[in-house]
Design a protein around this ligand. Sequence first.
Ligand SMILES: *Cc1c(COP(=O)(O)O)cnc(C)c1O
Length: 418
Amino acid sequence: MLNDLTRPLAETDPEVAEIIGREEDRQQNTLELIASENHVSVAVRAATGSVFTNKYAEGFPGRRYYGGCVNMDAVEDLACERAKRLFGAEHANVQPHSGAQANVAVYMAALKPGDTVLSLDLAHGGHLSHGLKVNFSGAMYNIVPYGVERETEQCDMAEVRRLALEHKPRLIIAGASAYPRTLDFAAFAEIAKECEARLMADIAHIAGMVAVGLHPSPIPCADFTTTTTHKTLRGPRGGMILCRAEDAKLVDKWVFPGTQGGPLMHAITAKAVALGEALRPEFKVYQQQILDNAQALAAALRSYGYRLVSGGTDTHLMLVDLRDVHPDLTGKQAEAWLEAADIIVNKNMIPFDERKPTQTSGLRLGSPALTTRGLKEAEMATVAGLIHTALSAGDDDSQRERIRTQVHELCAQFPVPH
Ligand SMILES: *Cc1c(COP(=O)(O)O)cnc(C)c1O
């Protein structure tokens, strides 16, 4: 069923309209537990679909390479102002097309090819743009990974320090895609200072919580902070870089012309809208509910016998170790079985996983999208029960079909922003 923004397409391009309509139905009728996803407001979608998509605006406000940029300047200045106010940063660059692009620009600003970078091991929750061999980061730089400690499954700052002093990295990265605990940015900053490295904090996942003070902020202590705008920040797909005034020119020049061409002005317009939403008091209430819902989901899963990596979570996400309850079930199979019940998750490695990345022993679950729909603690316990039943059904697809019906009933009570 097409919504107000997409309905005109039904006449002009019924083929695409049909696919969009199916996706709107899918989002309405599934439970979205992928930790990096969210449902943006209608206002953010309207801005994304605005006439700003028509315009080239290479350069920055007041210094463009094209005429006709008066409104581009106004909206980009507004987005930057809001970003700086929200995070308490001296400088913001809102042009990166994505989180990975923001990281590319910072690496170019801080590093020469072949320089050493210390970053969280991908198998322990790091992001591919932090040094995966087949990503440009792994191809261009000498990556030294730090891991989580075996016992606690948490970052071991003594080990980070030891590696930093041994390898003398030029850049240390503090940030993760699948790490459920608070990151101690101040401790990373101490270590960076001691070994004369620069510090990049990548808050792609936790930006929403950082913005409202529910996770410690790296802004006072990191040289560069990168983020996506589409995860807990609940804006359009995109990236952003925050830094001190003294590094503003360096960062800007490595975004444009260093690594990008024309900015996606429609996305920047939508970033301005999302940042405006994030500055309102309701956004803090939303972020607190994300955390409360994650705690409720974690507690309910533990009550069914599931072990959570590191024992729990401080954030919006958790890693479920499937092995205690289902020794033979891989993350891959679990993901497929849950999808058959219209519960959407992603398989994920757990630290020291003995299975391959394509199989895995874990699932990553997050609460941001369901929280946007209005689910609260009681519903999160229900969701945990549905997950457990779907995973325990084995080959019994009819049981998963029954769960799917229950999922649809729950979804109907909590419409996605339309
Ligand atoms: C999601 C994520 C990114 C990359 O974001 P894209 O917009 O997909 O490029 C970068 N860093 C971390 C830690 C992430 O979780």
